[in-house]
Design a protein around this ligand. Structure first.
Ligand SMILES: NC(=O)C1=CN([C@@H]2O[C@H](COP(=O)(O)OP(=O)(O)OC[C@H]3O[C@@H](n4cnc5c(N)ncnc54)[C@H](OP(=O)(O)O)[C@@H]3O)[C@@H](O)[C@H]2O)C=CC1
Ligand SMILES: O=CC(=O)O
Length: 334
C-alpha cells in the first residue's frame, strides 16, 4: 500500500498517512490552522480546571480567546477569572453561552456526568455548537457522550491528550482526536494554542483507544524503571548513575530523566496522579479483554498501582508506584 508522509516540523518526524486513518500534524501554535485558514472565531468554554484543564484554559485566555470556565470546586476558577475568563455556574450554562466547549475531567464517570447529567453540557448544546472532550476515557464512554451531544444537533470530537502538566503549561500537548472532522478543522487553531501536534484518527473511539494504548505502555515502563532503580540500590549501585546511563542509551525516554532524580529521593510531586494512571491501565485491560488480547505486563503493572493506591498514594505522582515495590520488598523480608 502506498503511504503518504507528512512532515511535522516541531517534532521533526515523518508521519504516515494510511488509507483509513487520516493522521495530520500541525506545527504551529499560532491562531492560524495547518490548512492556512484563520483562527477560531467565537466563544470558548472550558469545563474541569484540574492539573491539566487549568493550564490549557489559561493558554487559550493568554492567546486572546474569549473563555468561559466552570469547575465542580468553584474556587479553582479564580486564577482563570483573574486572567480574564468569564464564569458560568453549570456545564449547561457554559455550553449555552459558548460556541465550542472543551471538557477535561478525571475519568469516565465524571466525563459522562458533566456532559450528560443534570445541568450537564448537553443541556446547553444546540446546532452549530461543538463539544470537545479531552479527558482520558474508554471508547464506550466517549461514544455515549457523543450520542448525547449530537442528538441536540451539536457536533462532537474526542481529543484526549498525551503529555503531562509541564507540556500543558507550555502548550506542547499531543491531541489524539476522532469524531466530527469539520469540528476538528474548526477547533484546530485552539488545539494549536494548547498543543504541539494533533492527530485525526477517524471515528469516535479511536482517539480514546489510542490514548489507552499509549498510557498502557507508559504505566508498564514506569514500573520497569522503578524495579531497575530499586534493584540497582540493592546491588550497591548508585541509582542516579542508572538514570544517567539510561538517559544516554537507546531506551532513553524524557519520562525517565524527568522523574528519575526525584524518585531516587522518594519525592513524587504530582504531575500525573497515580490514580489516573491506574484508571488508564484498568481501561486498557478492559480494552484488551474486549478483543481477547493478552497484556500480562500491563496487568502486572496495574496490580502494583493498585497496591500504591492502597498505601494512600492515589494523589501522588504515578512515579510513586516505586513505593509499592518497596513495600513488597519489606513484607517479603519480614
Ligand atoms: N495530569 C496529567 O499528566 C494528565 C492527565 N490526563 C487525563 O486528563 C484528565 C484530567 O487529569 P488531571 O487534570 O491531571 O486531573 P485532576 O484530578 O487534577 O482534575 C480532575 C478534574 O475533574 C473534575 N472532576 C472530578 N470528578 C468530578 C465529578 N464527579 N464531577 C465534576 N467534575 C469532576 C475535578 O474537579 P474538582 O476540582 O472539583 O475536583 C477536576 O476539575 C484525566 O482523565 C487524566 O487521565 C491526560 C494527560 C496527562
Ligand atoms: O496521561 C498522561 C500523560 O503523561 O500523557
Amino acid at each position: 500500500m502506498a503511504a503518504a508522509f507528512l512532515l511535522c516540523p516541531r517534532l521533526a518526524l515523518p508521519l504516515r498517512r494510511g488509507s483509513r486513518l487520516l493522521v495530520s500534524c500541525s506545527a504551529s501554535a499560532s491562531s492560524s490552522d495547518a490548512a492556512g485558514g484563520v483562527g477560531f472565531q467565537g466563544k470558548v468554554g472550558f469545563l474541569g480546571l484540574g492539573i491539566m484543564g487549568a493550564p490549557m484554559a489559561s493558554n487559550l485566555i493568554k492567546a486572546g480567546y474569549d473563555v468561559t470556565v466552570w469547575n465542580r470546586t468553584e474556587s479553582k476558577c479564580d486564577p482563570l477569572l483573574s486572567l480574564g475568563a468569564k464564569f458560568e455556574s453549570s456545564p449547561a450554562g457554559v455550553a449555552s453561552s459558548c460556541d465550542v466547549t472543551f471538557a477535561m475531567l478525571a475519568d469516565p464517570e465524571s466525563a459522562a456526568e458533566v456532559a450528560c447529567g443534570t445541568n450537564g453540557a448537553a443541556e446547553g448544546m444546540a446546532p452549530g455548537k461543538g463539544y470537545v472532550d479531552v479527558s482520558t476515557v474508554d471508547d464506550a464512554t466517549s461514544k455515549l457522550i457523543g450520542k448525547h451531544i449530537t442528538r441536540t444537533g451539536a457536533s462532537f470530537l474526542e481529543a484526549p491528550v498525551s503529555g503531562s502538566k509541564k507540556p500543558a503549561e507550555d502548550g506542547l500537548l499531543i491531541f489524539l482526536t476522532a469524531g466530527d472532522e469539520s469540528l476538528y478543522k474548526r477547533v484546530a487553531p485552539l488545539l494549536d494554542v494548547m498543543g504541539k501536534s494533533r492527530f485525526y484518527l477517524g471515528d469516535v473511539g479511536n482517539g480514546a483507544t489510542m490514548k489507552l494504548v499509549v498510557n498502557m505502555v507508559m504505566g508498564s515502563m514506569m514500573v520497569s524503571f522503578a524495579e531497575g532503580l530499586l534493584l540497582s540500590e540493592k546491588v550497591g549501585l548508585d541509582p542516579n548513575t542508572v538514570v544517567e546511563v539510561i538517559s544516554q542509551g537507546a531506551i532513553n525516554a524524557p519520562m525517565f530523566s524527568l522523574k528519575g532524580p526525584s524518585m531516587v529521593k522518594a519525592a513524587y510531586p504530582t504531575a500525573f496522579p497515580l490514580k489516573h494512571q491506574q484508571k488508564d491501565l484498568r481501561l486498557a485491560l478492559a480494552l484488551a479483554e474486549s478483543v481477547s488480547q493478552s497484556i500480562p505486563t500491563a496487568a502486572a503493572a496495574n496490580e502494583l498501582y493498585k497496591v500504591a493506591k492502597s498505601l494512600g498514594l492515589a494523589d501522588h505522582d504515578f512515579s510513586a508506584v516505586i513505593e509499592a515495590l518497596k513495600a513488597k520488598v519489606q513484607s517479603s523480608q519480614q
